[in-house]
Design a protein around this ligand. Structure first.
Ligand SMILES: C[S@@+](CC[C@H](N)C(=O)[O-])C[C@H]1O[C@@H](n2cnc3c(N)ncnc32)[C@H](O)[C@@H]1O
Length: 232
C-alpha cells in the first residue's frame, strides 16, 4: 500500500473520534462480559489467547518485581490490570478518553489503581522510560508509514522489549471477513491496515530492534501477528 498520502495528524484525529464513539461501544463490549454473537465471541476468545501468550512472554523476561511497563493503546485496560495484579508498575495510555475512563474505572473495581498511571495521549507523543512496552491491536490501525513513526516513538521509550501485534499482509480473505463483521462501512478503509513483512522489518531495523519471537494468532474471526522484539 502506498502511504505517500499518509497524514499523521488526520489519522490520529480519525482514530480518536472512532474510539471515543462507535469504536468504544464495539470494542468495550468485545473486551467486556456482554453477550456476543458467535462471530464476535471468536474475536473475544482470540484476543484472550493473544493476551495469554503475550503475558507468558513478558513473564519469561524475568523482570524484577515493580518493573515498569507501558501499555500503549491500553483500550479498556484488560492487559494493564493483569500487569498491575502481577506486581508491575504500569503506565496506561490511550488516545481515546472514553477508553481511559473505562480502564480507570475497572482498575478501581479490581483494586489495582495505585499500580497504574493513566494518561490520555497518543503512542506517538507519550514520554518516559520503561522496562518494557506492550502495544496490542493498535498498530493494526496504521499504514506502513504511520506504523514506522509510531514504532519509532515506542522504541525510544525502552531499552527492553516491545511486545506488539500487527496485521501482516496476508490472509486477506480472513481479514476482510473480520473487517466486514466488526467495522461500519465508512470506517473499514482506515481502521485495519495490513503491513508487508518487509516494511515491518525495515521499521524495526531502523530502530536497532530485532524479532525475538513471533506467533500468529488465528481464532475464528480474530487474526493478528504477535511479535516480541528487542535491541540487537
Ligand atoms: C482494538 S483496541 C485495543 C485495546 C487494547 N490494547 C487491547 O488489546 O485490549 C485499539 C486501541 O488503540 C487506541 N489507539 C488507536 N490509536 C492510538 C494512538 N495513536 N495512540 C494511543 N492509542 C491509540 C484506541 O483508542 C483503542 O483503545
Amino acid at each position: 500500500m502506498s502511504s505517500t498520502s499518509f497524514n499523521a495528524e488526520e489519522h490520529k484525529k480519525m482514530l480518536r473520534s472512532y474510539f471515543n464513539g462507535q469504536g468504544f461501544q464495539r470494542w468495550a463490549s468485545i473486551y467486556g462480559n456482554d453477550k456476543l454473537s458467535t462471530v464476535r465471541n471468536t474475536v473475544r476468545q482470540g484476543h484472550a489467547v493473544m493476551m495469554d501468550k503475550a503475558f507468558d512472554w513478558l513473564q519469561q523476561l524475568g523482570l524484577p518485581k515493580g518493573a515498569t511497563v507501558l501499555d500503549a493503546g491500553c483500550g479498556t485496560g484488560l492487559f494493564s490490570i493483569r500487569l498491575a495484579k502481577a506486581g508491575y508498575k504500569v503506565k496506561s495510555v490511550d488516545i481515546a478518553s472514553q477508553m481511559v475512563n473505562k480502564a480507570k474505572a475497572d482498575a478501581i473495581k479490581e483494586g489495582v489503581q495505585k499500580n497504574i498511571e493513566f494518561e490520555v495521549n497518543s503512542i506517538e507523543s507519550v514520554a518516559g522510560k520503561y522496562d518494557a512496552v506492550v502495544c496490542f491491536d493498535v498498530l493494526i490501525h496504521y499504514p506502513a508509514e504511520g506504523f514506522a513513526q509510531a514504532f519509532h516513538n515506542l522504541s525510544s521509550l525502552t531499552k527492553g522489549p516491545i511486545i506488539f501485534t500487527y496485521a501482516p499482509y496476508n490472509n486477506i480473505l480472513a481479514f476482510q471477513h473480520w473487517l466486514g463483521g466488526y467495522f461500519p462501512k465508512k470506517e473499514r478503509r482506515t481502521t485495519i491496515q495490513m503491513i508487508r513483512d518487509a516494511d515491518m522489518q525495515k521499521a524495526m531495523a531502523s530502530e536497532g530492534m530485532q524479532v525475538t519471537s513471533r506467533e500468529k494468532v488465528s481464532w475464528g474471526f480474530y487474526h493478528t501477528m504477535l511479535m516480541n522484539c528487542s535491541r540487537k
